[in-house]
Ligand binder design. Structure first.
Ligand code: NAG
Ligand code: NAG
Ligand code: NAG
Length: 416
């Protein structure tokens, strides 16, 4: 089989003959996006009978063990195609083939086009209406015939697969409990490498294992002007006190005898150290009313996100995994790290509402409706009329808008 490098380029690259059909996942954006899209691509491959291969990118092999014994999901390093060249402008993308009429949609809705050795599917948050047709039934009937599919995505797109009537019956059989989709897939697919597992277990044994109760707080600040660090620290304290996740301090008493049976460890994951300092000081300066022994730990504070830096990603992955050992989680609006931790843990977190204009949001936090991650940029697209603005959160009862990102959609347990 031959794979053209790009439209109009006469150089061609040999690909192995396709005995199976393949999906090649390519790495794009940060670690959180990688984990969410690997899971999405895996589920899609399962539904469409494809073997999934992983284009390893910079540090994937340093972070994860292979999920399947005696097999590899990695594209061989000597593979003749550079999958990183694919992006939105690429004319071998499904969306652009529709745009330029290489593939067409008949008035009957049937999708037709020439036999192609491979197709590129562009699914980043900046995808357009042509790209979004990926989620439509007639388009999937066409795409299933492509021997090779190359995918670039940055979102957890599973909820939109449930909106596809071809996939929905099988998905409902696989996952009777809808909100556990990512929970099962993440535990099945993502095994920390030995290096990361060493970091996880050493930290756990040193700082977390003695706590009878474990509270994980994950704080991500997207905009320091709208969400100043001091305000977010107040907010995290307000949320945890109000929801009874941390014990109230006894301002009127210098001493409360400690109840050594009641130990609480707080694990804080953040790029900044302010939050753990604040909470730690609060329980150092004052006793708490129940005499609980509260210890506060933060593995790292790197100050800024270093996407693609291997050492940073090792720590970030270890911290996500450590958070997943918590009994209760508080996470930040729209944070992929939070989504992965809550999915691995199998719990619904409290979400810190994103502050605007430097003001404390009211309420400071709210309970998430399900443990499954939010698909931030779902297709607001109507397959039948080929137009925008069909509300993807209103089609079936168990796919609703996310509380933290209202334009997004997510799977919830309710089926009534
Ligand atoms: C893709 O095809 C269109 C129409 O044929 C053309 O105008 C455009 O320049 C091509 N883009 C690239 C990146 O080759
Ligand atoms: C949390 O913030 C709200 C609104 O500002 C305030 O009314 C409430 O007393 C605060 N609660 C705590 C525990 O700080
Ligand atoms: C702590 O637990 C022990 C053993 O269960 C019990 O005897 C003791 O009364 C408990 N102490 C407190 C302060 O609850």
């Amino acid at each position: 089989m031959l794979l053209k490098n790009s439209e109009g380029d006469s150089s061609v690259t040999p690909l192995p003959p396709a005995e199976c059909k393949y999906l090649v996942w390519t790495s794009y954006n940060g670690l959180g996006n990688h984990i969410l899209t690997l899971a999405s691509a895996f589920l899609y491959s399962l539904l469409t009978g494809r073997v999934m291969l992983v284009d390893r990118g910079k540090d994937l092999t340093a972070l994860f063990c292979e999920p399947f014994p005696d097999a590899t999901w990695l594209v061989p390093t000597n593979f003749p195609v550079d999958f990183q060249v694919f992006e939105s402008k690429n004319n071998q993308s499904y969306g652009n083939m529709l745009r330029y009429g290489k593939i067409s949609i008949a008035s009957s809705g049937v999708v037709t086009g020439p036999p192609l050795p491979f197709i590129y599917v562009h699914m980043t948050y900046r995808y357009d209406n042509n790209d979004k047709r990926f989620f439509c039934e007639p388009d999937q009937e066409f795409l299933v015939r492509m021997p090779w599919m190359v995918l670039k995505a940055d979102n957890y797109f599973v909820p939109a697969l449930f909106l596809n009537r071809m996939f929905e019956p099988e998905l409902s059989r696989l996952f009777p409990d809808k909100e556990t989709v990512f929970h099962h897939m993440s535990r099945y697919l993502f095994h920390p490498s030995d290096t990361v597992w060493g970091m996880i277990t050493r930290y756990y044994q040193s700082y977390l294992s003695m706590g009878r109760e474990k509270l994980g707080i994950q704080i991500r600040i997207f905009n320091k002007d709208e969400s100043p660090l001091d305000l977010v620290a107040d907010q995290a304290i307000n949320c945890t006190l109000r929801e009874g996740l941390l014990p109230p301090v006894a301002l009127d008493r210098p001493i409360v005898s400690a109840n050594l049976n009641n130990t609480k460890v707080v694990l804080i994951a953040s790029l900044h150290s302010q939050f753990s300092d604040r909470i730690r000081n609060m329980y150092w300066e004052h006793p708490n009313k129940g005499g609980a022994v509260v210890s506060v730990h933060q593995p790292s504070h790197e100050e800024w996100q270093q996407t693609g830096s291997e050492n940073h990603d090792l720590k970030a992955w270890a911290e996500i995994y450590l958070l997943s050992f918590a009994d209760v989680l508080v996470t930040s609006t729209g944070s992929t790290f939070g989504y992965i931790a809550q999915g691995l843990a199998g719990i619904r977190p409290w979400i810190l509402v994103r502050p605007y204009g430097g003001k404390m949001p009211e309420p400071a936090c709210m309970r998430e409706t399900s443990m499954d991650p939010c698909f931030h940029s779902p297709p607001w697209y109507d397959c039948k009329s080929c137009k925008s603005f069909s509300d993807p959160g209103k089609e079936i009862s168990y796919v609703t808008h996310c509380r933290d990102v209202p334009d997004g959609i997510k799977l919830v347990g309710r089926t009534d």
